[in-house]
Design a protein around this ligand. Structure first.
Ligand code: PPS
Length: 291
């Protein structure tokens, strides 16, 4: 049941991928934050890359500021996975980062309400299914081809980034410590324009109607999928099996129904549903459900 040590290591109860190191993640506590820093924070497969693209488009006014040819991963690098060995202290302000860290492992300054955090959640059945497919594509992740087994590992938090529930519960119950905006994948899917405006408002960026239209247009699933910089197509060959998928896979609400059996769905509900009800977030499980 334990995840393979070849793929993850544990630090303070949280599983990290081996592309980073224990010393580095431990050092992040002291990572200095500027007031203008913005972090996109998620449990994996909750809409991180999507939000990265939206935030980048907003901050760079639809890419007109010379970032047209820069990959998303370089415009908004991963805090705990500095795979390109960038010097984060020297990035131009405002710095933008993505992270899967739980609330208790982020830089101390963030906990003192410096910088801003956009925390995105998604219904956990879709998260799990997306994660299952992603593990086949990402060669750095442990391969668990049996979906039932994958589900048990996911429910037990024995995967990279540990327990979905702990992640979301932790961030929700410590929201007061942070300068934080909560968004859901489903609200972005159902009304992208309103989500874009919420982010603009939170980061203090005023865009014209046309600029907002342009962000919305460039952040649709179809348009992002066509854009190699937004679809993470330039990741090193030893990290991804390009014939086995892509970062942007289906991009919808309720895909879990295509893979989970009734028995699996019931088992999932038995473990998580009651606990989910105590969260301050309303999860949307089907594309037809109202927000
Ligand atoms: S990761 O690896 O943690 O960074 O993955 P993450 O980006 O958080 O989540 C990947 C899922 O987000 C979907 N996605 C989108 N959906 C709708 N619209 C847009 N523009 C979009 N961009 C990314 C992506 O397809 C993954 O979900 P699934 O269900 O696998 O398709």
């Amino acid at each position: 049941m334990e995840p393979s040590k070849e793929h993850v290591f544990e630090y303070k109860g949280f599983y990290f991928g081996v592309e980073t190191s224990l010393e580095y993640v431990a050092s992040l506590e002291d990572f200095e934050i500027n007031d203008s820093d913005i972090f996109i924070t998620t449990y994996p497969k909750s809409g991180t890359v999507w939000t990265q693209n939206i935030l980048s488009l907003i901050m760079h006014e639809g890419h007109r500021n010379g970032t047209e040819n820069v990959d998303l991963i370089d415009r908004i690098p991963w805090l705990e996975y500095n795979i390109k060995n960038m010097n984060y202290a020297d990035l131009p302000l405002p710095r933008l980062f993505a992270t899967h860290l739980p609330y208790y492992l982020v830089p101390r300054d963030l906990r003192n309400r410096r910088g801003r955090i956009i925390y995105v959640t998604r219904n956990p059945k879709d998260v799990m299914v997306s994660y299952y497919h992603f593990s086949k594509f990402m060669t750095t992740l442990e391969q668990i081809p049996d979906f039932n087994l994958f589900m048990e590992r996911f429910l037990a938090g024995k995967v990279l980034a540990s327990s979905w529930l702990d992640h979301v519960t932790g961030w929700c119950s410590h929201a007061e410590d942070f300068n934080i905006l909560f968004l859901t994948y489903e609200e972005m899917k159902k009304d992208l324009r309103s989500a874009v405006l919420k982010i603009c408002n939170f980061v203090g960026k005023k865009l014209s109607e046309e600029e907002v239209d342009s962000v919305v247009r460039q952040a649709t699933f179809e348009n992002m999928r066509k854009d190699p910089r937004a679809n993470y197509e330039n990741l090193p060959d030893d990290m991804v099996a390009k014939d086995k998928g892509s970062f942007l896979r289906k991009g919808t609400i309720g895909d879990w129904k295509n893979i989970m059996t009734v028995a699996q769905s019931e088992r999932f509900d038995q473990v998580l549903k009651e606990k989910i009800k105590t969260l301050p977030i309303k999860f949307i499980w089907d594309i037809k459900d109202e927000i």
